[in-house]
Design a protein around this ligand. Structure first.
Ligand code: AMP
Length: 114
């Protein structure tokens, strides 16, 4: 997607601090962290939102959860715990229309909604 900022990050047109990368998935630090550790994990394939994923994307999304666990292990916050958030669409507060998984860690997180 030409104008998608996360696609630009994938292409290296916008700088990012990369945490993990393979042929299908990229993870990088959120530019406006909401916790001491705030990492975004995205598929390299452009999918607008969770609501736009197709049945053929299910394997990829499952792999993303595996990558999230790997990052938690590698960065040393797996045992302390962390939160994964996917904002979806207008009511979900999604601002960047490229499916992404927020990993928040490094402190006791507040504002628990569910
Ligand atoms: P959401 O509200 O779920 O769409 O989250 C979008 C996230 O992308 C926000 O937490 C932003 O801080 C983050 N973000 C936006 N632009 C960039 C960027 N260039 N590099 C890293 N994170 C970004």
């Amino acid at each position: 997607m030409e104008d998608c900022i996360f696609c630009k990050i994938i292409r290296g047109e916008i700088p990012s601090i990369k945490v993990y990368e393979d042929d299908e998935i990229l993870a990088f630090n959120d530019v406006n962290p909401a916790a001491p550790i705030h990492i975004l994990v995205i598929p390299k394939k452009h999918i607008n939102s969770l609501a736009d994923m197709k049945p053929e994307d299910e394997k990829l999304v499952g792999k993303i959860y595996g990558v999230i666990n790997k990052i938690a292990e590698d960065k040393g916050f797996k045992d302390e715990g962390f939160r994964v958030i996917v904002n979806c669409g207008k009511n979900g507060g999604q601002e960047v229309m490229h499916l992404h998984f927020h990993i928040l860690a490094g402190k006791q997180l507040g504002e628990k909604i569910v």
